[in-house]
Ligand binder design. Structure first.
Ligand code: FE2
Length: 338
């Protein structure tokens, strides 16, 4: 019974035209644009929709403010879709639409859907070989030159929620999600059972007390996968040349997921993130528990005053322990080895 990723995001926004223009510059491919709706498609055949928050709210969504108001998960087969829907329907309404999407709302007020994603494409985006001292992987060959970023798929979304554990429990028990890592009192990262992404949903504590966190259920960000550092930087340059606001932190690398990141203020709500070079996980992974600031980043280009790198503080998550034969490095030993 496998969920194989984010099939579509439905944004409810204040300004559809401006939101669509931003995401076109961000590198998504427009399929349909009208004054009050827009649809984009990515190379893996996932989709992003924009519609007016004022006139077309998502039924049942209790997300406050603009941003993603519904998240549709892709399921690997029609049989597995029906199994998941049967389980969801035991204690809540499930509404089917003409596309076969089964829509429902979690107890926390997050509108979700399930769809048999038969047309999902596997995207192959190889990186250029990297040279380093004594390690020549690219002889008599220069790197590819690109002018823009074109995301390949939707890796994850981030939501601010006042009830992290309720939502984690729902994802694990009703949708078979796996816990990837925890960021103590701050966030929980979960992945769908049919993917190797580090996480497909990041649940951030709406009561963590940082700017922008007011205790309410809000959209935080969506992450779009690109190939590598060069594609992130080419995309960043293009977005800034087009006049959109600059990223606050610039490029950086998270410790959690090891992923390169670059977040941009987004006119559709929250932030839009380019991501690359994330850890890939399967069920052999052992979840970890990070100090929030230590887990946040390994390094950042535009160093914010509030982040000093933090002291080394990571361990295996409570209830998780390495099994015999596990190959995962103990996180508390990694410092000594590096
Ligand atoms: Fe992210």
């Amino acid at each position: 019974m496998a969920i194989i990723g984010i099939e579509r995001l439905i944004y409810c926004v204040e300004d559809v035209e401006k939101s669509a223009q931003f995401f076109e510059d961000f590198g998504l491919s427009p399929q349909e644009r009208t004054p009050d709706s827009a649809r984009f498609q990515l190379p893996d055949n996932s989709r992003v929709y924009f519609r007016s928050l004022a006139t077309h709210p998502v039924p049942g969504s209790r997300v406050v403010g603009q941003g993603v108001h519904e998240l549709i998960w892709g399921v690997d087969s029609a049989d597995n879709l029906e199994k998941l829907v049967t389980g969801i329907a035991t204690d809540r309404e499930v509404r089917r639409d003409e596309e076969g999407i089964a829509h429902f709302v979690t107890d926390e007020g997050i509108a979700m859907g399930l769809r048999h994603w038969s047309e999902k494409r596997l995207v192959f985006a190889p990186t250029d070989p990297v040279n380093s001292p004594g390690n020549i992987r690219r002889m008599n060959a220069h790197r590819r030159w690109i002018a823009r970023a074109f995301p390949k798929g939707i890796s994850h979304i981030g939501l601010l929620s006042p009830d992290l554990e309720g939502l984690v429990n729902f994802l694990q028990t009703r949708l078979n999600f796996r816990l990837s890592d925890r960021q103590r009192h701050f966030a929980v990262y979960c992945r769908a059972d049919g993917v190797t992404d580090h996480h497909n949903i990041a649940l951030l504590n709406a009561n963590a007390g940082l700017p922008g966190m007011d205790g309410q259920l809000r959209f935080h960000h969506a992450n779009f996968a690109v190939t590598d550092l060069d594609e992130i930087m080419a995309g960043k340059n293009y977005i800034e040349r087009r006049g959109w606001p600059k990223s606050d932190l610039g490029i950086g690398r998270h410790r959690i997921a090891s992923a390169l990141f670059c977040y941009f203020p987004c006119p559709a709500g929250g932030e839009a993130e380019y991501g690359a070079d994330s850890d890939a996980l399967d069920d052999g992974w052992i979840p970890r528990d990070f100090d929030p600031m230590f887990g946040l980043a390994h390094w950042m280009h535009d160093l914010p005053e509030w982040w000093d790198g933090a002291d080394w503080d990571v361990r295996f998550a409570e209830g998780s322990a390495p099994s015999k034969g596990s190959v995962q490095r103990r996180p508390n030993l990694a410092a000594a080895e590096d």
